[in-house]
Design a protein around this ligand. Structure first.
Ligand SMILES: Cc1cc2nc3c(=O)[nH]c(=O)nc-3n(C[C@H](O)[C@H](O)[C@H](O)COP(=O)(O)OP(=O)(O)OC[C@H]3O[C@@H](n4cnc5c(N)ncnc54)[C@H](O)[C@@H]3O)c2cc1C
Length: 477
């Protein structure tokens, strides 16, 4: 049943163990460094009701309203319907919020749809638990965070074996009601604002790494679960002064499992590295990158609008600037085109589930991070010192200063206040602490470019080429 923002915020008051700056946070919805972002995330739930015709649909099983992002796609039409919902969410967040709950809704819908992959090697019960959990997610409309990466200790060893094998999250024992797990994982974006934590496979693990082959979901207030937030980049401020830093910090957290008991019915995988290494190759990219690419496209389109407005405010229509604006637009358009191609090539992947064509996504995955870094670089070149000649709203409210600011900070086509607001916004997009974190997010949230270029090459090799070179060499004397 689709929740409202108020219901979502109420659910976060559950005495979870969240740490920030050396202090245990009593209530994430009240804490000065977290409250604004919690309220922003509540808007996500209200948006579903405000845009119900696009974002909500009857749950195919119960008939009650559910987010379209929960839909297990079983046709091309389902993917189109999901696209409309995901796009509405991305537009609301300007593509600046990477881990709104739709990200993991889409992930889990994909896993539940391909439960056949999880059900191999005698893991039928784990797969059934996963499907039941998807139903619970839909019914309760929970916000999930996730951790799929092991801490980096010593790059000479497989991550799971570094630190004596005791650092990465692993199973310690079976208990009467489930399993006991210990260790750490990262980097749970949205953790303080999530209802539950989902643990599932990331990079492949060695065949003998049984105790690390885990997948499960637990509430954020599960005893022993410790969430260590990074520094907050929330600035207590107005939308004029810090449009993003005032409320867009979705947080990232290091998660420690200090002897956590996972109930048996919440365990989806317990000790099978083969399945662990298989599930992420069974349509995960083809499924999740519909969501991530829509978000990326919206963000790049926003960056283009921003760049154009900056240039226009300064009367800059030079060939050099036009070239740079054209370059930014090109990245947005190529992203849109790749998404179109992926959706046009959608097909049934097995078990009656439809995902997009994986190939355009395999190409975008390592390339988008570089485009985002390049776009930020271009924006910095366009903005230059203008980012920093930006008084606050309070300066404009001062009757002694305002006439001076209006005279000396006017733009070519806009007044001083509009120009200032624009460049403050642009700096919050490329230059503030939150902006730096957002760039790091774009670089790494789907794994690093070097890793994913290698995956693209391996996939291309599997698919084979036209054999043009071999043909030519055969024909040559
Ligand atoms: C802001 C942010 C939010 C995140 N949110 C989440 C989240 O919510 N949940 C979650 O589970 N994870 C999250 N992550 C973690 C993310 O999944 C990992 O950062 C990502 O998978 C990359 O892994 P890594 O950091 O170990 O980097 P690596 O992939 O190991 O890359 C680190 C560096 O090593 C180099 N490198 C690595 N491997 C190779 C190779 N094979 N060949 C050549 N060079 C290589 C790369 O150049 C790269 O610069 C987040 C990360 C960031 C930065």
């Amino acid at each position: 049943m689709a929740r409202t923002g108020a219901e979502y915020l109420q659910g976060l008051k559950d005495d979870r163990e969240v740490w920030l700056g050396g202090e245990r946070v009593k209530d994430v919805t009240e804490h000065p460094a977290l409250a604004a972002a919690a309220r922003k995330m509540a808007e996500y739930y209200d948006l579903h009701h405000a845009a119900a015709e696009v974002c909500l649909m009857p749950d195919p099983q119960s008939g009650t309203p559910m987010s379209v992002s929960h839909l297990i796609p079983r046709s091309r039409q389902d993917l189109q319907r999901r696209h409309a919902c995901l796009e509405r969410i991305a537009v609301w967040g300007l593509g600046m919020l990477g881990r709104t709950p739709d990200y993991l809704n889409v992930t889990l819908a994909g896993f539940a749809g391909r439960a056949d992959i999880w059900a191999q090697n005698g893991n039928e019960q784990g797969a059934a638990n996963l499907v039941a959990y998807h139903r619970e997610l839909v019914r309760r409309d929970l916000a999930l965070t996730h951790t799929i990466v092991h801490p980096t200790v010593d790059r000479r060893l497989p991550d799971v074996f570094a630190g004596g094998g005791e650092v990465a999250l692993h199973k310690v024992a079976d208990t009467e009601h489930g399993i006991l797990v210990r260790g750490a994982r990262l980097l749970a974006t949205l953790a303080p604002f999530a209802d539950e934590l989902l643990v599932y496979p990331g990079q492949p693990i060695p065949a003998e790494a049984h105790r690390y082959a885990l997948a499960f979901a637990i509430p954020m207030n599960t005893p022993g679960l410790k969430v260590l937030c990074r520094d907050s980049y929330t600035v207590p401020s107005s939308a004029f002064d810090h449009p993003f830093s005032s409320c867009f910090d979705e947080q990232d957290a290091f998660v420690i499992f200090d002897d956590v008991e996972v109930p048996r019915h919440r365990v989806f995988l317990d000790g099978d590295p083969q399945i662990y290494n298989r599930v992420m190759n069974a349509g995960w990219v083809a499924n999740i990158m519909q969501q991530t690419t829509i978000r990326a496209q919206v963000k790049l389109e926003f960056a283009y609008e921003l760049a154009c407005a900056m240039a226009e405010a300064l009367g800059d229509d030079s060939p050099r600037t036009r070239e740079q604006l054209g370059e930014i637009w090109t990245y947005a358009e190529l992203t849109r085109a790749a998404l179109c191609a992926a959706e046009a090539g959608a097909r049934e992947w097995g078990n009656g589930v439809w995902f997009c064509d994986e190939r355009p996504f395999l190409a975008l995955r390592p390339t988008l991070p570089r485009w985002f870094v390049r776009v930020n670089d271009l924006l910095k070149g366009l903005g230059a010192h203008n980012f920093l000649t930006t008084p606050r709203a309070a300066d404009f409210a001062n009757p002694a200063l305002r006439p001076l600011l209006e005279r000396y900070l006017q733009g070519a086509t806009v007044d001083a206040k509009t120009r200032t607001r624009l460049f403050r916004l642009a700096w919050d997009f490329v230059g503030t602490a939150l902006a730096s974190r957002m760039e790091l997010y774009e670089r790494f949230y789907l794994a690093s470019s070097p890793r994913t270029y290698q995956l693209a090459h391996l996939a291309a090799k599997r698919q084979g080429t036209r054999g043009l070179l071999a043909q030519l060499l055969k024909e040559a004397p």
